[in-house]
Design a protein around this ligand. Structure first.
Ligand code: HEC
Length: 124
């Protein structure tokens, strides 16, 4: 009797030790999980291009920019429909030509990357 209890105890410890409740190597995997945006439409491709730039250059500091639909962006104050020059997500970026351009704080993004963001906003 005692022996079978011990065996059950041993087996249950063994099983629970194997259940992984979170990814221990990347504790924040959820936050930075690669997002798949449907690029089968022109609008989807514009968003995907722009969001890729934002994700690579901005989201590490601005978790509030981790938005993957046009509707979510339009609900913020960062994007003004069809108006890059009054959208802070574009205008704060170095090289955008709007003034008050200081993002990202170190380094800069390329002209092509900037154009992805302005093209996306112009098409909203
Ligand atoms: C190294 C960290 C860092 C990175 C990377 C960064 N920012 Fe920022 N950003 C800040 C800080 C800090 C502030 C707050 C200070 C301020 O508002 O001037 C800020 C402010 C802003 C604001 C105003 C925020 C608001 O709520 O009104 C915008 C818009 C912005 N950043 C856009 C961007 C964009 C776009 C990128 C990527 C191209 C970017 N930032 C990358 C640190 C960062």
């Amino acid at each position: 009797m005692m022996k079978s209890i011990l065996i059950i105890l041993f087996l249950s410890i063994l099983v629970s030790a194997c259940v992984q409740t979170e990814n221990s190597s990347t504790g924040d995997a959820d936050t930075f999980a690669p997002v798949t945006i449907d690029k089968s439409t022109a609008a989807g491709e514009r968003l995907s291009n722009a969001f890729g730039v934002i994700q690579r250059n901005c989201v590490s500091c601005h978790s509030q920019f981790n938005l993957t639909t046009d509707a979510q962006w339009l609900n913020t104050n960062y994007v003004v429909r069809n108006s890059p020059s009054t959208s802070s997500i574009y205008c704060r970026i170095k090289g955008s030509g709007c003034g008050a351009e200081d993002m990202p704080p170190t380094g800069s993004i390329s002209a092509l990357e900037l154009s992805y963001i302005s093209t996306w906003i112009s098409g909203l």
